[in-house]
Structure formats: structure tokens, C-alpha cells
Design a protein around this ligand. Structure first.
Ligand code: FA5
Ligand code: MG
Length: 479
């Protein structure tokens, strides 16, 4: 669903502090600062490193398939705009750079929106031909069971050096030798659909300076490495799921689809068929040569990928709600043990939901901008995702209009007021008055705790504070 352009409203927060301190580092704030204390509070958690946490176990399971790769699991989440965007070739008008999508500490500093923010520095340090980076990433986004403003990614990359081919006479021969060393899986285990050519001059081009033979070899190494990783994960997931582990299982189905990222070409996404649907697990591609040459390693060529650890852990364990990863409830944490076989998560209880709607008129006089689809990652994604190189004009205005109404501002206020006591916020109705032209939106908030039953008074109070702040910050008029 993509809703019509809506009218803009002012949304500046008042009373912001002059500086923000994050783990002993202090940053001056400015008109770009939009990171609330609730998000800053997540920084010290480092769930991907917490012993026996499902995200940490998932990370280690993936790392085990890349034994020679150097791991970097402690990189600080505050990065420069240059690291997060410029170094990766994001155009200046890319929607990912906007305040509605990204948490700014100040105009030149952000909470990383993806682990790719560390690509250029890691290539520059040049300490290993392969590396894996796991880290917390931050995005202003929808509220539902698979979206949380903080999640975790793993970045992987592998490069080869034209000036260091060992006994091989060409780069592609050197790469193919590495491809042959990757474990092979029979079609009884995994069925791979990869209908498109490796590159396409219009849709998914080769970079200048890369030969077809080289890129065939790099793409094969990338795809076989990731297929091997996915086999490991999903074989564990299925042995955790199935009642009888010996029963005959269908082969795992995966498919490669063409994609676009500013920092790779050609690019792909890997989707896995899971519980009757295709699920996007990762994005990847051949690293843009400009990144390697700016990083001082112009003789290198290689691939990179970025995957969502929550998404994989939810499949692996059957975890139904992304908020659970943040739970400190022993009924959650005690179910995971890194020294034991993966077992399916048993929900400890489902507490009742309390659903409340809020309808409001948008202020009339302001300018029209686009509202992001709250349900899908596939249209515009802050880290580059599937956004096409030609950004639509409406999104450009969203990135440059400081007082635009954006759905992510509604989500942010809901998070600020409710923390983890809100499960889902979705647009359920929109309406334009035929005479006045005023636009009305209706959002449905689903209040539910993962740990206890909320009282009526509690949800009423949360909903009142939520709607009150919508009026105060966004200038809307309740209906
Ligand atoms: C990126 O973040 C790119 N940096 C990935 C990449 C790296 C491409 C290196 C090429 C080379 P994207 O925004 O699609 O792309 O996110 C990558 C993965 O993170 C997704 O496939 C998904 O598994 C996960 N992900 C993205 N958004 C969310 C979200 N809101 N919640 C949970 N997982 C998410
Ligand atoms: Mg994506």
C-alpha cells in the first residue's frame, strides 16, 4: 500500500539539549539532532555480543561458515555522514539521508543506518582478504512485529588483489580456485533459482574496468558462499521445527533477484522460501571500484553483503515479535543456550491487546510530500535498499522539506510515549474532505505488553499522551 501525498506539518521538538554524551564522547547538537533518549538508551545493550542471546548465537552460527574471515564486532555506532553515506556513493538527494529516516546526532554525525558504514575504513585498514562486521544499526521506521528502530546487521566482504595472484595466471583463475573450495550441497538439500544473467547493461551493469570473466567468478564465489551459509541456518531451523528430525524434508528453496545499491554493481538480494512466502534475507553485490580505490587498495576487486540478524534469528527460533530480542525477562532469555542444539522458542504467554484509533486532520496550509509505505522494506529503505538510482521528485522534497509530515514522526512519538508497550501502529484510513480539501488520517495503535496484562487506565493514559504529542509536535487537529 502506498498512500497519496499528504499535507505537511511542523514537527520541531522543543527543549533539546545543547550536547549529547554517548559513552564518554560528547557531541554538540544542532538543528539536525533528532535522536531521542529512548534510542540512545539502546546503545549500551550490544545484544549481538550478549552471551546466550539469540542474536549472538545466530551471529556465531553464520561466522562459523566463514572461518578465515576476520570479525569486527565492537565498532562504535556513532559515525559520520561521510562514513554512512558519502563514502558509499549515496546521492545527495537520497531519501536515506533525510531526518525522517535517519537518527542524526548533529548535521555531520549519525547513528549508523547499516553496517556498510564501515566498509571504506575496513578496506582501508586492509588487514584481511575477508571480513565480517556485526553491529547494531538504527533507522526511523514503522512499528510492527518485524520492525524496531534498532536492529542488527552483519556485513561481509571478500576481496582479491590483482597484484597478488600467487600461482594463478589470471584473477578469475584465482577466484575460481576459491569457489571450488566452498562446500557443495546437493539439490536434495537446496534448490537455487537464479534466472537472470550475472550482469545486464541496463538493469545490473558491470563496472568499467571489470571483465565479464572476472565478475562471473566473483559472483559465483559470493552466491555459493551465501547459499552455504543459508543451508546451515535453515537446516538448523528445520531440525528445531520438525517434530521428527528424521522425516523426509523438502529441499530448501532460495532465489536470487536483481537489486540496486549505490555501493555495489551488479547487485542482488537473496530470498528464502519460508512458511509459504519469499523472505528477503540479505542484499549484496560486487563492490564499487571507487570505494576500493578511495580506500587506497585500487588493485583489489571483490564482493560485499549485508544481512539482518533479527530476521534470521526469528526464522531460526520461531520468535514472533522483534521486541522480544530486547526483553530481559528470564522466561525469554532462559530459552537460549549457545552450547546446546537450537530449540524452537516457546511463547510464554500472549497477553491481551488493546486497540485504539486516532483520527486527525493534517494542517491545511502546508506543502505536499510523500508518505512512506509503513508495511514494506522494499520501496525506499534508508540504507540504500531497493531505491532506484532516480529518486522520485516527491521523495526529494521529503528530504529537503524540514517541516514535512512524515509517518515516521507518528511512529517516533508512539515509541517515545509507549516504549515496548506498543506492538503495532498502522494507517487504517485516509480521507480528503470534498469541499475543504483537508486531509484526514486514521492510525490504529495496538497496545500490548510482552510481559504482562496492561490495565485500562494504563492504556488510556498512553493513548492520551500519544495523541496529545501528535497535536503538539505535528500540529494536527484531532477529529
Ligand atoms: C542494506 O542495509 C545494505 N547495506 C546491504 C548491503 C551490504 C548491500 C553490502 C550490498 C553490499 P537493506 O536496507 O536492504 O540493505 O538491509 C539489508 C538487510 O537488513 C535486509 O535484507 C533485511 O534482512 C535487514 N533489514 C532491513 N531493514 C530491516 C528492518 N527494519 N528490520 C529488520 N531487518 C531489516
Ligand atoms: Mg533490502
Amino acid at each position: 500500500m502506498r498512500i497519496q501525498p499528504v499535507v505537511a506539518a511542523a514537527c520541531r521538538q522543543r527543549g533539546a539539549p545543547n550536547e549529547i554524551t554517548i559513552e564518554n564522547k560528547t557531541y554538540a547538537t544542532d538543528s539536525w539532532t533528532n535522536t531521542p533518549p529512548s534510542i540512545l538508551a539502546a546503545i549500551p545493550r550490544r545484544l549481538h555480543l550478549q552471551p546466550n542471546h539469540p542474536l549472538s548465537i545466530t551471529r556465531q552460527l553464520i561466522e562459523s561458515r566463514f572461518p578465515t574471515y576476520e570479525t569486527h564486532n565492537n565498532l562504535f555506532p556513532v559515525v559520520s555522514v561521510a562514513q554512512n553515506f558519502d563514502s558509499l556513493g549515496f546521492p545527495l538527494d537520497h531519501v536515506g539521508r533525510s531526518k525522517t529516516d535517519t537518527y542524526y546526532i548533529n548535521s555531520s554525525t549519525v547513528l549508523r543506518t547499516h553496517t556498510s558504514a564501515h566498509q571504506a575504513d575496513t578496506f582501508r585498514a586492509d588487514t584481511s582478504p575477508g571480513y565480517l562486521i556485526s553491529a547494531d544499526v538504527y533507522r526511523r521506521d514503522a512499528i510492527d512485529r518485524s520492525h524496531y528502530p534498532v536492529f542488527h546487521q552483519m556485513e561481509g566482504a571478500r576481496t582479491w588483489d590483482r597484484n597478488n595472484l600467487a600461482q594463478f595466471s589470471s584473477l578469475e583463475d584465482a577466484i575460481w580456485a576459491d569457489v571450488h573450495a566452498i562446500p557443495k550441497h546437493s539439490t536434495d538439500v537446496i534448490q537455487v533459482s537464479d534466472p537472470n544473467p550475472t550482469y545486464d547493461a541496463d538493469r545490473n551493469p558491470l563496472q568499467p574496468g571489470h571483465s565479464a570473466a572476472e565478475i562471473e567468478a566473483v559472483a559465483a564465489h559470493l552466491k555459493r558462499s551465501l547459499e552455504d551459509m543459508v543451508v546451515t541456518i535453515f537446516t538448523s531451523a528445520r531440525s528445531a521445527t520438525s517434530a521428527s528430525p528424521d522425516q523426509q524434508q523438502e529441499p530448501l528453496k532460495v532465489r536470487w533477484v536483481e537489486a540496486y545499491f549505490p555501493f555495489t554493481s551488479p547487485s542482488w538480494e537473496l530470498e528464502v522460501f519460508w512458511q509459504n512466502d519469499w523472505l528477503e534475507v540479505l542484499g549484496c553485490g560486487v563492490v564499487q571500484h571507487s570505494i576500493l580505490s578511495s580506500a587506497g587498495v585500487p588493485s583489489k576487486l571483490g564482493w560485499a553483503f549485508g544481512l539482518g540478524l533479527e530476521r534470521i534469528a526469528m526464522l531460526l527460533y520461531g520468535i514472533p515479535d522483534i521486541r522480544l530480542f530486547w526483553s530481559t525477562d528470564p522466561r525469554f532469555l532462559s530459552q537460549f543456550n549457545e552450547n546446546e542444539q537450537i530449540r524452537r522458542f516457546t511463547p510464554f504467554s500472549k497477553y491481551p491487546a488493546c486497540i485504539k484509533d486516532v483520527s486527525f486532520w493534517l494542517p491545511k496550509e502546508t506543502k505536499e510530500v510523500d508518505v512512506k509505505d509503513p508495511r514494506s522494506d522494499s520501496d525506499v529503505t534508508p540504507a540504500g535498499g531497493l531505491t532506484s538510482p532516480s529518486t522520485p521528485a516527491s521523495s526529494v522534497s521529503a528530504t529537503t522539506t524540514s517541516n514535512a509530515f512524515h509517518e515516521n514522526d507518528v511512529m517516533e512519538i508512539a515509541r517515545e510515549v509507549c516504549g515496548d508497550l506498543i506492538e503495532d501502529v498502522r494507517l487504517v484510513d485516509e480521507f480528503t474532505h470534498p469541499k475543504t480539501g483537508k486531509r484526514s488520517l486514521c492510525y490504529r495503535a495496538n497496545y500490548r505488553s510482552l510481559e504482562r496484562t496492561l490495565t485500562n487506565e494504563e492504556t488510556n493514559e498512553l493513548h492520551e499522551r500519544f495523541t496529545g504529542l501528535l497535536v503538539e509536535r505535528l500540529g494536527v487537529e484531532l477529529r
